[in-house]
Design a binder for this molecule. Sequence first.
Ligand SMILES: [Zn+2]
Length: 574
Amino acid sequence: MALVRWSRYFLPTWKEDPAEADLPSHRLMLRAGLIRPLAAGIYTYLPFGWRALRKVEAIVREEMDGIGGAELHMPVVHPAELWAETGRLSDFGPQLVRFQDRSGREMVLGPTHEEVVTDLARREIQSWRQLPLMLYQIQTKFRDEPRSRGGLVRVREFTMKDAYSFHEDAADLDRYYPEVHGAYLRIFRRCGLAVVPVEADPGLMGGLGSHEFMLPHDEGEDTFVSCAGCGYTANREGAAARKEPGPAEEPLPLEEVATPGTASIAEVARFLGIPTSRTAKAVFYRAGERTVFVVIRGDLEVNEAKLARAVGTPDLVPATEEEIAALGAVPGYASPIGIRRDGVVVVADDSVAGARNLVAGANREGFHLRNVNLGRDFRADLVADVALARDGDPCARCGGTLRLRRGIELGHIFKLGTKYSAALGATFLDREGRARPIVMGCYGIGIGRLLAAILEAHHDEGGIVWPVSVAPFHVLVAVLGPGEELQDLGGKLAEGLARSGLDVLLDDRERTAGEKFHDAKLVGIPVLVVVGPRSLRRGEVDLERRGDGLKASVPAAPDAVVGGVRELLRADGA
Ligand SMILES: [Zn+2]
């Protein structure tokens, strides 16, 4: 319903690729005049980019409203004491920007809004009659990321749709959560993206269930696993693989062997002529005051996110050689047999529990032990799956083959439970009149990143190829040549298209035909209407669809052009 004249618009295009841009979306957003950088990870949306963003937002709003969401708008600046109440003033670390207002009060720039929305809930929600409730906003957030990259994929200031649901109990959250999951799939599909929902590591946000929505992408920063056999998907932090048990042997007597110069698993396995899967490896971490001693089969690696969850701590750091030595363990030849146990948590990966007669360190330089068995030779404080899933591992569910894939995370949904409501005292009176903490879910989509993902998925060597659903304009009318007759006709056709309900950009600039065609490809508007002298001599204008280059000619009259353009848009899935 818009008609915009390019000669009076602000849509600066670049002929050359910018040197600093690595991802195609970043390059195209700069070249096609969507964004401009102000500082690292901080961008201005130019009018063309802002139009696209608003179209993405409109889809998000429709789908959130469709599952009962009510839009609100919370502040960017929050009092720090609210963040202190949940402990996240310190947990968030340097990503949280803190400052003092003129009266010396500590404030923060909101990196997310759980605290603010839960504060609102504790003040406003008193009764079960007010539940369930779904609130959402599309709002600016700021996180002082150490490394911003890839244009809008990883930024410091960003636009996010964040939503929060409030429930009487976990059962009601369980009932509602799949509705949000479904809305998310519709949002991404309508934006032209084939997104894979993956089971996510609930991490420290909760522990009740969580999904991430990944766009498969070779340059993505996230890794997830998928199984073609049963459809199982999970992010790498949470992925479980089946571990084949070792040979079913009787436990043999423990035996020390000299293994000079074999401080690595690969070296000791080669020296003894055994596969690494017949060894047990020791890995050490510090978790606050405790040392975490992980014993895992030699062919596997520790998944630190799983380990952190298993031992219930947010901050694991690798232990130093001095800390390892202080336990009586010898780096390179360490095993849990005969070490000091106070202040130590021994975690055995379940791969070790399922194996017999492994080779482990002897806690003595140059020596290993044969026939080490969990339970007989050492005990673990915890047996858990703390291994990283690998490409080609058997699927934990069906035994099929797990594949590792890279992706860009576009959305994340969490069952929070009562983490925030308990911390902030957001309670309600249930049907029996008892005060209980509200059960919550939270649901995010990075809107700018979503726009970048659309460009990652929809471009060719000439430029952007917008899906009709989010295109800043539906149709570009390019007038070739300065003649008054051509300009008048172009204007009249553009008006007719706009009156029919389409968003129209009229390229009335004084540029060569070559430049206009080049820019038309670059900015990628779905249908191009060419008003030029050659076809006009036949009383026609030429239409061309950006996606597949399909061409058509129609009479140079508004109705015919509207009909022709709509046909091309419809066939494109509009
Ligand atoms: Zn499977």
